[in-house]
Design a binder for this molecule. Structure first.
Ligand code: SAH
Ligand code: MG
Length: 215
């Protein structure tokens, strides 16, 4: 298909299914004002994540990489009122912005931010397993380690989701990025394709959402 038609269709989907409300626009604006990097998921990614979570009736989920709370708001909004999102970030400045944004979104009851290295926080969260889904979007070289944890703590039928599966095209050599990070993502994607405990694929929207069902 013609690339410009493709772009029109992508916009059609985004406008129809993933319009941002004032709150989401505010999160982006306030994150930028606070000096946070503009590396959040996009609205169409958010809608896809919500679709996936709703399709399994997810109630208790984990996010690795909170940043200013943009993706967390999409995730938390896909949960029932008594659902729970644990979102993990090592940067207290990011967590401070996110705390404000979850409050503004009226989601404070549903969302708990844990500040610290994701692997340390995950260890503590092991006691609360199993979870319905995990969304991985923190340091790319640790994706394989996060996958190990996820396989042990996501329920059968639950979802393991990860942002930046394409990593700007670096995954196929179309762009140069830190080789350690690219290697982490390659290992992660490879394991989603071949681990017998998983049924995976990459949803090719935005920078790629790697997705696997825990069998
Ligand atoms: N999911 C967010 C974007 C996350 S950006 C969104 O789409 O809106 C990646 C985040 O991961 C950053 O906030 C960074 O502080 C955090 N991070 C990086 N390495 C980490 C680690 N080892 N443990 C916890 N958080 C980490
Ligand atoms: Mg990301």
């Amino acid at each position: 298909m013609d690339e410009s038609v493709r772009q029109k269709l992508d916009k059609y989907i985004a406008d129809l299914f993933a319009p941002e409300d004032d709150l989401l626009r505010r999160v982006r604006a306030e994150s930028e004002a606070a000096g946070l990097p503009a590396i959040s998921i996009h609205a169409d990614d958010g809608r896809m994540l919500q679709f996936l979570l709703k399709s399994i009736g997810a109630q208790r989920i984990i996010e690795l990489g909170t940043l200013g709370g943009y993706s967390g708001i999409w995730l938390a909004r896909a949960l029932p009122a008594d659902g729970r999102l644990f979102t993990l970030d090592m940067n207290p400045d990011h967590a401070a912005v996110a705390t404000r944004m979850f409050e503004a979104a009226g989601l404070s009851e549903r969302v708990e931010i844990r500040v610290g290295k994701a692997l340390d926080s995950l260890k503590k969260l092991s006691a609360d397993a199993p979870f319905d889904a995990i969304f991985i979007d923190a340091d790319k070289d640790s994706y394989p380690a996060y996958l190990d944890w996820a396989i042990d703590h996501i329920r059968p039928g639950g979802l393991i989701l990860a942002h930046n599966a394409f990593f700007g095209g670096s995954i196929v050599g179309a762009e140069e990025r830190d080789p350690r990070l690219v290697a982490g993502l390659k290992t992660f994607n490879q394991r989603l394709a071949s681990d017998p405990r998983l049924f995976g694929t990459i949803i090719p929207i935005g920078d790629g959402i790697a997705a696997a069902v825990r069998l």
